[in-house]
Design a protein around this ligand. Structure first.
Ligand SMILES: C[S@@+](CC[C@H](N)C(=O)[O-])C[C@H]1O[C@@H](n2cnc3c(N)ncnc32)[C@H](O)[C@@H]1O
Ligand code: SF4
Length: 390
């Protein structure tokens, strides 16, 4: 594993309100002291720097910093600036470093976007989520479509590299109307990257309860398939490359940050609930898990000797399965050099999938054919079962 490439994830846990589908570690914003948060972030970043040095990481080059949440666009820009200055004191930045901030598409963030840019942010991941008022209302979003479009239009004049998140294939949507809205959207805005997610009913969310009581419906697998492939085709017609199941980009604008996760590379996670994964100098993968509750994390990171919720060495088999699962999400597939055990490739089931053209091996990479991305989980399960029985 490369010992000099690294990404940093910074978690900001507050939002204006909680969306009914969301199970991220996000909480309704409350009073906080930005100076305390800055000290806590700095202490944890320093903690990880010391760990990396102890593991012989040399000449580390940061390829990405990602402010995620929650809604990090609610952070004071000064806080973002001070965090970035602190990181830059401890780490070298790659000359093409990607510094992303997740943002909601409202006037509140538009007014702050130049300050975020001056602080160093060079990519915005905008939570558009829906392309009309009905879908936005269905998703419990606070912004409406016209505000979203005005904000996006003005924001892209300030930040060149904008990614948009959409949630689609909702039971309230009609396929033809969605196709038309997506085409119009792509014609009107020159975004560089788009993540199109199918709605997932996450346990413990408001949607989960509505779904269980029959008040919320999801679309059938067949209809989802139609939504998925027409979305893929529209994006392709608009010169977007699909590089991951749900992610599309203009050439060279793939998300450097998420690619670290999909390629099982090294990253440190700072902030409540954030996870870090680092390959140590014995080629073991170490996981660090932060306290999830914002107050608990803050308290522990403000101490001289900071505490984390858990630090563990990931079990070898679990690590191998994870490399497979994450890598298979990519269009280019998983690099087989990253796996120590590849005997599963001779398993009957795997050979059968290969014969049918569902999976492929090219240049020592194992990939799922794009035509089967809608049943990706099912194919991965078969591959993992073969791994476990080999
Ligand atoms: C950390 S969240 C959101 C960041 C930002 N606060 C926002 O709401 O736009 C990252 C993305 O995950 C997606 N997401 C969250 N929950 C989801 C769910 N249950 N199903 C599908 N996509 C989901 C949304 O598109 C969201 O933009
Ligand atoms: S979807 Fe975004 S704004 Fe909504 S609760 Fe989750 S993190 Fe917050």
């Amino acid at each position: 594993m490369s010992m000099n490439k690294l990404g940093i994830y910074i978690h900001w846990p507050y939002c204006i309100s909680k969306c009914p589908y969301c199970d991220f570690n996000s909480h309704k914003v409350q009073n906080y002291d930005p100076n305390e948060w800055l000290s806590a972030y700095e202490n944890q970043i320093k903690y990880f720097k010391e760990y990396l040095v102890s593991q012989n990481f040399k000449n580390i080059k940061l390829s990405s910093i990602f402010f995620g949440g929650g809604t990090p666009s609610l952070m004071p820009p000064k806080l973002v600036e001070k965090i970035l200055l602190f990181i830059n004191k401890l780490f070298n930045f790659d000359k093409n470093i990607e510094i992303t901030l997740e943002s909601n598409p409202t006037n509140l963030e538009l007014n702050k976007i130049s300050d975020f840019k001056s602080a160093g942010v060079n990519r915005v991941s905008l939570g558009v989520q829906g392309l009309n008022d009905r879908d936005l209302k269905y998703l419990g979003r606070l912004h409406n479509a016209s505000e979203t479009f005005v904000v996006l239009d003005l924001m892209q004049k300030i930040i060149d590299n904008i990614s948009v998140d959409l949630i689609y294939a909702l039971s309230c949507q009609n396929l033809e109307i969605w196709n038309h809205e997506l085409q119009t959207f792509l014609k009107n805005f020159s975004i560089k990257h788009l993540s199109a997610y199918q709605l997932v009913i996450e346990k413990g969310t408001k949607f989960y309860h509505l779904f269980n009581s029959g008040e919320l419906k999801t679309v059938s697998d067949n209809l989802y398939k139609e939504f998925y492939f027409s979305t893929k085709n529209i994006l392709k017609d608009n010169k977007f490359d699909q590089y991951e199941i749900s992610n599309f980009s203009k050439p060279n604008f793939f998300s450097k940050h998420n690619t670290i996760y999909w390629k099982s590379d090294n990253w440190i996670g700072v902030g409540p609930g954030a996870i870090s994964r680092i390959w140590n100098d014995k080629n073991e993968r170490i996981e660090f898990e932060n306290f999830k509750k914002p107050e608990t994390w803050l308290k522990n990171c403000l101490q001289k000797k900071i505490n984390l919720k858990k630090i563990l060495t990931i079990d070898f088999d679990v690590s191998e399965q994870e490399i497979l699962m994450m890598g298979l999400r990519l269009n280019e597939g998983v690099d087989l050099n990253k796996l120590q055990h590849t005997t599963f490739l001779n398993n009957d089931e795997v050979l059968h999938l290969q014969k049918k053209g569902i999976i492929n091996i090219k240049k020592n990479k194992l990939m799922i054919h794009q035509n089967y991305f809608n049943v990706h989980d099912y194919i991965v399960r078969k591959i993992i079962d073969s791994y476990l029985s080999s």
